[in-house]
Design a protein around this ligand. Sequence first.
Ligand SMILES: [Zn+2]
Length: 414
Amino acid sequence: MKRDEIFHHVESLREEMVELQKELTRRPALGPESGGQGEKEKADFLKAWIVQNLKKAEVQEFNAPDPRVPCGYRPNLIVFYPGKDSKRTLWVMSHMDVVPSGDLEQWKHNPFEAWVEDGKIFGRGVEDNQQEMVASLAALQTLERLDLTPPDRIGIVLVSDEETGSEHGIRHILKVAPKLFKPQDLIVVPDAGSQEGIYIEVAEKSILWIRFTVHGKQTHASTPDLGVNARKASAYLTVRLCETLAKRFPASNPLFDPPLSTFEPTKVQANVPNINTIPGEEVFYFDCRVLPEYPLKEVTAVIDEVVRSVERDFTVSVEMDYPQREEAAPPTPEDAPVIKRLSRAVRSVLKEKTKTIGIGGGTVAAVFRKAGLNAAVWAKQDELAHEPNEYSVIDNMVDDAKVYVDFFLHEERE
Ligand SMILES: [Zn+2]
């Protein structure tokens, strides 16, 4: 069957996809951290939808116990769709949970009653991550209705708890079924993307947040010799850190934008309330995004050196701790089968060449990469995640469904 005919079928599912978006939005899957009751209602709805719409599929459940929610577990579903060969599986993972609506004043309408306007569907969760959930399910619907058997088995993974650490989501699945995902499998995690839909994220920087607490001795500003100025020492420490870290970690990697590691002073906690007092204590923070070529322990060793030099020169003592310390996962190689096959599928739908990139923040793809599995992050979206009046461009959802159909059907060597 020709590509055009298949894509035409995907187009015919447009209204059904919008309806499914609305039904999903009506079931706010908020984790207990956000005061919610978890994802059970949404998962039950999805299970029933799958049974009704995908006769060839089989659903497996991986419930993660969680006493904080009424049903006592966080649901995780895997929809398996048979292929000609089951030696490897093509996976698409999306998450069922959403973030809270935030200030309702900022929403035009009820965030949990999705509405359509100007070719977009609005509501909490419609882009993050329902657009891709619906698109990947519509791709399976297309295979089923056109009676097309893909070369490989397909696994659509619908997880809980992505927004709050994935402990009860993908991390749970990997723990209870460590052999489920195989090194030869192809994994797509469509939880971030770009308006053009051409960027495929393959790498992430390490994240290091540091809190510095500088102890000196408070005194009157007219007699600085009687105290130890924690503010002044902190200023020197900030400058020395910026200069030294940039000098010692100069590598540039064109995959990333910006291509360098970044070491930025950010938050400063309030110290004394008045101008004529020398602060005896100062608390401030750095946010560092480090290229994966540098292990974080090399960075912290240099930070220690700089801290010691300031302690010596200014007779202060400095305490450090790390509110976040996340070592980058090994990047997915740009020529990995998942990248080649996904690039080809994107090209055939969007008629554009793809570009592999690295990003400064973390995505859940890192969980797979740390487990030795290649994963690609991709989606065509405006990136409205977590914002008020979150929307999904309906054309994007339909295009992404076509990309999945193509990705499922055509081998990368083509
Ligand atoms: Zn998300």
